[in-house]
Design a protein around this ligand. Structure first.
Ligand SMILES: *[C@@H]1O[C@H](CO)[C@@H](O)[C@H](O)[C@H]1NC(C)=O
Ligand SMILES: *[C@@H]1O[C@H](CO)[C@@H](O)[C@H](O)[C@H]1NC(C)=O
Ligand SMILES: *[C@@H]1O[C@H](CO)[C@@H](O)[C@H](O)[C@H]1NC(C)=O
Ligand SMILES: *[C@@H]1O[C@H](CO)[C@@H](O)[C@H](O)[C@H]1NC(C)=O
Length: 470
């Protein structure tokens, strides 16, 4: 209900473009969710484990395809309890909490007929190397990928001790066949099986529901509540809903005065930390994510604190225009996210298009899924707008999820100042022409805190003491 779309859905885009070119941008923005976000209850732990293991089995079955695509015959992963390879966390079953003893997995691209493509040993004796040697001898892979890449987290999880163990215990015939194929782990970890989307959407909806409630008069009392109160309210809410998270929620007041020094001395000089008590007329910003079922979300939204008795129509139009500009940059980035293109090329094309349309902003998108910042190419980082070494040169993969994270500058006449408008929203890859779609939707309207004069609620005080009502 907070986000009814102003533009009718039924008018074809092409027609609107003909009538009024300025409307075209607004019409692309019909990606606003069609209903208000609700809290989505998670399945029981037992049911969750079943769901996750089904996804995991499907992913493991896909490994031979990945190996063949990147031209390698086998993939070897070895680790000891508490010193796991990064890839382990995407390979394990739901009831595994760590590797045990020495846990070794071997995957074969083209197994001999009638033999498996996946092997796992859990052992604490040198016997395990004999067992591996048996399989290697019968499968005879010409190249064996190991996770020793110097720059890519997800392809570098082989501990040095394990590598030494391999060299000590395997014949040179096999260790000479070790190669680095970083895209194997990147594609394995980054690829999302279809069944995950239904749940990812529920997670995303829940994150929106939490933000919508946090940025409301139920939780925020202007002049009383601090940004930190809202952050901890979000943490409590996550716990109450049986979710977890992968980073501390970050709530701040988007200000106009740099406080850490001159604008070029700091990444985001326009976020004011001079004051943390929320006041009427503030524009608020949140960076927030939830974790459940082995998936992570990442969202940044904006809110406006109305003066008493104002309604949504009182939100300054300069702020609304800033948000619309951020929406425009989202469209630009997504239109450039062609599978197979490198993150750096997508970044360059998007920044060029943004400049040609006459505005300024920053792009820093990342893959998301098993990890908040997951495996795959990066499309900019806040401090690397000319390209990201190594990670930005990887090709964009299909069947992945991405966080479209960015900010734009916009002059707000009502404030006589240029302000930053931050947005972050998750998308998933769709086969065919479509490209990418919002998992739940994107923010096109401000969240708002609406207070009545003389009617201050005790809710904010409750929230601060952590005893919020349902
Ligand atoms: C790792 O990163 C460094 C610094 O960017 C670069 O010089 C080196 O070539 C990279 N190595 C690989 C294998 O990507
Ligand atoms: C959270 O988990 C507890 C324990 O299983 C359960 O009683 C409660 O209903 C769950 N809450 C939500 C919101 O799912
Ligand atoms: C994803 O990309 C790979 C490699 O380009 C291709 O082989 C595969 O068919 C694509 N998958 C889908 C579902 O389009
Ligand atoms: C707007 O800001 C500029 C630059 O800071 C200043 O010179 C100007 O006087 C301001 N205008 C108003 C109406 O306050």
């Amino acid at each position: 209900m907070h986000f009814p779309s102003l533009i009718p859905f039924l008018i074809p885009l092409s027609l609107l473009t003909l009538i009024n070119p300025t409307l075209a941008i607004a019409t692309q923005a019909s990606s606003s969710p069609s209903r208000e976000a609700q809290y989505q209850t998670l399945p029981s732990l037992r049911e969750s484990a079943k769901i996750q293991d089904k996804w995991r089995d499907e992913r493991v079955e896909n490994i031979p395809n990945i190996l063949r695509r990147w031209g390698v015959d086998a993939w070897l992963i070895t680790q000891r309890e508490y010193a796991e390879d990064t890839a382990f966390w995407s390979l394990k079953s739901a009831t595994q909490f760590s590797a045990r003893r020495r846990t070794i997995s071997l995957y074969i691209a083209n197994p001999k007929e009638g033999t498996p493509s996946a092997y796992t040993w859990i052992d604490n004796t040198p016997e395990v190397y004999t067992s591996i040697t048996h399989v290697l001898s019968s499968q005879n892979p010409k190249s064996i990928a190991i996770n020793t890449h110097p720059n890519i987290t997800f392809s570098s999880g082989l501990h040095v001790g394990e590598l030494r163990g391999l060299y000590q215990n395997l014949d040179r015939k096999w260790t000479d066949r070790f190669v680095e194929r970083p895209m194997v782990a990147v594609e394995y970890i980054g690829t999302m099986v279809k069944g995950r989307l239904e749940w990812y959407r529920r997670l995303q909806e829940t994150a929106w529901a939490m933000i919508t409630e946090a940025f409301s008069e139920r939780i925020i009392e202007p002049g009383v509540s601090s940004t930190e109160d809202v952050e901890w309210w979000l943490r409590s809410k996550i716990q109450e809903q049986n979710y977890t998270t992968w980073f501390q929620p970050d709530v701040n007041i988007v200000g106009v005065e740099p406080i850490f020094g001159p604008p070029d001395a700091i990444q985001e000089p326009l976020v004011s930390r001079k004051r943390d008590i929320i006041q009427y007329g503030d524009m608020l910003h949140v960076d927030f994510g939830v974790t459940a079922l082995g998936l992570n979300t990442d969202t940044q939204h904006l809110a406006y604190v109305l003066y008493p008795d104002e309604d949504e129509s009182s939100i300054p139009s300069g702020l609304k225009a800033g948000l619309a500009k951020a929406n425009r940059l989202q469209d630009i980035v997504i239109s450039n996210m062609k599978v197979g293109t490198s993150g750096n090329d997508i970044l360059r094309a998007s920044l060029d298009q943004m400049h040609s349309e006459g505005f300024e902003g920053k792009i820093y998108c990342h893959p998301i899924g098993d990890w908040g910042h997951s495996a795959g190419t990066l499309i900019g980082m806040t401090n690397l707008q000319d390209g990201v070494p190594v990670l930005g040169d990887l090709p964009l993969l299909n069947r992945t999820y991405y966080s479209i994270e960015l900010s734009v500058e916009h002059f707000v006449p009502e404030r006589n100042a240029t302000m930053m408008f931050y947005q972050e929203e998750d998308v998933y890859w769709v086969s065919g022409e479509k490209g990418w779609e919002w998992v739940w939707g994107r923010q096109e309207k401000f969240h708002f805190v609406k207070t009545k004069s003389g009617k201050r609620k005790a809710v904010a005080a409750e929230a601060m003491s952590g005893q919020e009502e349902l």
